[in-house]
Design a protein around this ligand. Sequence first.
Ligand code: ADP
Length: 334
Amino acid sequence: RDLVSPDAEGDERAIESALRPKRLAEFIGQTRVREQLSLVLESALRRDRPPDHVLMSGSPGLGKTTLAMIIAAELGMPLRLTSGPALERAGDLAAILSTLSEGEVLFIDEIHRMSRPAEEMLYLAMEDFRVDIVVGKGPGATAIPLEIAPFTLVGATTRAGLLPAPLRDRFGFVAHMDFYDVEELEQVLRRSAGLLALRLPEEAAHEIARRSRGTPRIANRLLRRVRDFAEVRTDGVITRDIASAALNLYEVDAEGLDRLDRAVLGALLRKFGGGPVGLSTLAVAVGEEPETVEVVAEPFLVRQGLLARTPRGRVATAAAWSHLGLTPPPDAFG
Ligand code: ADP
């Protein structure tokens, strides 16, 4: 997936880290999460103890990694980064846990994709700051308990519901990250424009923000594409018309829907008469993995009021028909 994919790829990572807010006060939006988190951190600092483990849930690109880095920075502690898929064996996790320094922040991205054995090891580590190293096999196997330094786990997941309850329950604080509104994205864009030394008029920022799928990562990416367009096609000055023309070129529509979003909606309307249809059937119809449809496209479509998840399957709303310029069948909302 391309321009509007919420995942960061390649070169983008370097630019992203340059654009990352470093402290909580610089972090835009997510007011409630920020307030809650600042309390958690402040009280930990006062007690001089590592704070409770933190779980962050939300769509890709909403700032989970950024917040993990901020947590470490605010605590003045080092940060170790890993991800669920990298923790295939319990030993992978043990290697990390046993080398943590006291108070270190361990960030596990996509924590819902950790293997079972690693997950079980993590339970004990989170609770008792201990791991059991199993030596030997069969009836002769023994577990040697190993103490580890008290640390703070920050886990990130695209959906808190994907986590097994015993893991979820071991987090003292769960932060639900929401999509950003247009005004917040304008702030993100203004900040990034400043860091990239770009002049970004207000109406242009508004146009880009409106089409950024509620996601700072996408806002920053679209800003760079608009900049490219302005440099190549005009004298480099970004205006609203330039922004709009650039975004049309990249197939981001006026509501910020990208190709995948429109493909999902289009299939739902044209092939399944607006639903209800099951997730996997819908995914096959657009040639994507069910997880991609569920994690990448659906949360935004739901948030825009275009799609509903019901017990019987996915259903298009009246707004979806009008967004794609189609007429619903007469009995559709009867
Ligand atoms: P996630 O881990 O949720 O996928 P990231 O933390 O990697 O998302 O954020 C993606 C990019 O979006 C970062 O480069 C960062 O610059 C930007 N970003 C995210 N949240 C904010 C925010 N609240 N304020 C400013 N920039 C943000």
